[in-house]
Design a protein around this ligand. Structure first.
Ligand SMILES: [Zn+2]
Length: 245
């Protein structure tokens, strides 16, 4: 049984928080800064970790260039810029996200859920970026995947402004519904007894799958997108790239 998380992950309940006050628990060199609470998402599930700045009392600013999990997969490390100012353990900081980048990641991440909804084949990999993202699929009928048709399909789902919500189920419920897991390469985290699902559409009819990332609240917030490229990566495997318009 895993103990309580050291760092309260404020973005889990509210992905729109841009900053928070926090206390510094540790400054690991090398490694990173550990806080009691954070709005910074730690890299995982294909979504990059957040960047931003820690405002330190006295007017100094500590630039954060990456956010990652430590080897224990529980401790969140905020990686400071080399050679810059550092807060001290016990000090209070204001942790401020690079909101423009994070908001683009939320939009791109939610868009990849819509791509999953349109391409009903197993996902073998993926990466989210602030301007372009990709998902890899094993597609049995590759001729059926058309760039223009996918672009139109994505923008129709975006324009329909479907609700994006989270809900929780038990590990046992997930075991009873293995079809919920779309990504072969990333199994949802277990052990806490509950699994977080992201549901798009009132009843999750557009997409419903386990996910720990950050998303926008409704699909219209994604804005226009374009399927920029479909690459052949193997006999069955296709890499579909999507960009914000
Ligand atoms: Zn997600």
């Amino acid at each position: 049984m895993m103990g309580a998380m050291i760092t309260e992950q404020l973005y889990r309940n509210d992905a729109y928080l841009r900053d928070c006050s926090a206390q510094v628990l540790a400054v690991n060199e090398p490694g990173g800064i550990v806080l009691d609470r954070t709005v910074f998402y730690a890299a995982g599930g294909g979504q990059p970790g957040d960047t931003g700045v820690f405002e330190i009392a006295g007017g100094q600013a500590c630039r954060i260039t990456a956010t990652v999990y430590a080897a224990d997969r529980a401790t969140i490390l905020h990686v400071p810029e080399a050679g810059g100012p550092r807060p001290r353990p016990g000090q209070a900081v204001r942790a401020v996200l690079d909101w423009n980048t994070r908001n683009r990641l939320m939009r791109m991440h939610t868009c990849l859920h819509l791509l999953c909804a349109l391409v009903k084949y197993p996902v073998t990999g993926g990466q989210i970026g602030a301007t372009e993202s990709r998902l890899d699929f094993d597609i049995l009928d590759a001729a059926a995947v058309d760039r223009d048709a996918l672009t139109a399909g994505l923008n129709a789902l975006i324009a329909a402004n479907h609700r994006v919500a989270e809900r929780y189920i038990s590990d046992a419920e997930l075991d009873a519904n293995p079809g919920l897991v779309r990504t072969m390469s990333v199994q949802p985290p277990r052990g806490s007894g509950k699994v977080r699902l992201i549901a798009i559409g009132e009843a999750g009819e557009i997409d419903l799958q386990p996910c720990g990332g950050t998303h926008v609240k409704s699909t219209a917030e994604i804005g226009r997108v374009v399927v920029s490229k479909i690459e052949k990566k193997g006999r069955l495997n296709r890499r579909i790239r999507v960009a914000l318009g």
